[in-house]
Ligand binder design. Structure first.
Ligand SMILES: C[C@H](O)[C@@H](O)[C@@H](O)C(=O)COP(=O)(O)O
Ligand SMILES: [Zn+2]
Length: 215
């Protein structure tokens, strides 16, 4: 797809993320895989002021464009593309419930079968490191090796998928799971979870979900 079209899709995704209540202010960032690197939102610019020309290209080695400042989190976006060949879009936000669980420094367990949308039986929580740091990108690479989404301790969420609309859908699903988990925690501990073999079954079913008639 052409660069300007992808840049527009990135901006529309950012605006929709805010409309859905998944983010606030200039928090968060969005990218898509492009050529040997990625197109990514610039740092610190409100989404409703973004134009296509402000979206930044960063190559696979982390070299950006001289006249633009890429998101401070370009390192972890690149780390996800390196770690997950299936990912073409990465979304980061500070969704309230995801961030709440991240502060507790725990993964979201298999409280509902939709956990499988993240590729396994939990949404992990990558250890804290300063925003924008190489250390944070290394934690993200580990957490995302076997998952499509991870919490970032004391920070927020990352979701990666084959395209932007699926990545946004996943970010929304994880936020719903995080909200459910936070509601249940004061009522019952430990919160009941589904067994791993059931989640593995659902992960498999999701690979063809909506693509063929179930028999
Ligand atoms: C301090 C930043 O807001 C940090 O939280 C970063 O992770 C973020 O979400 C937005 O930073 P950019 O505007 O640099 O993408
Ligand atoms: Zn952030």
């Amino acid at each position: 797809m052409e660069r300007t079209t992808l840049a527009r899709e990135i901006i529309d995704t950012c605006l929709e993320m805010t409309r859905l209540g998944l983010n606030q202010g200039t928090a968060g960032n969005v990218s898509v895989r492009f050529e040997d690197g990625m197109l990514i939102t610039p740092s610190g610019i409100p989404y409703d002021r973004l134009g296509e020309q402000q979206i930044v290209f960063v190559d696979g080695k982390g070299r950006g464009e001289t006249d633009k400042i890429p998101s401070s989190e370009w390192r972890f976006h690149l780390a996800v593309y390196h770690t997950r060949p299936d990912a073409n879009a990465v979304i980061h936000n500070h969704a309230l419930n995801c961030t709440g669980v991240s502060i507790l420094n725990r993964p979201i367990p298999a409280i509902h079968y939709m956990i499988a949308a993240g590729g396994g039986d939990d949404i992990p929580c990558a250890p804290y490191a300063t925003f924008g740091s190489r250390e944070l990108s290394e934690h993200v690479a580990v957490a995302m090796k076997h998952r499509k989404a991870t919490l970032l301790q004391h920070h927020g969420l990352i979701a990666a998928e084959e395209n932007l609309s699926k990545a946004l859908w996943l970010a929304h699903e994880v936020e719903v799971l995080a909200a459910l988990y936070l509601k249940l925690l004061p009522i019952v501990q430990p919160v009941p979870v589904l067994p791993s073999d059931e989640i593995a079954r659902v992960v498999e079913k999701f690979k063809t979900y909506g693509l063929r008639v179930e028999r």
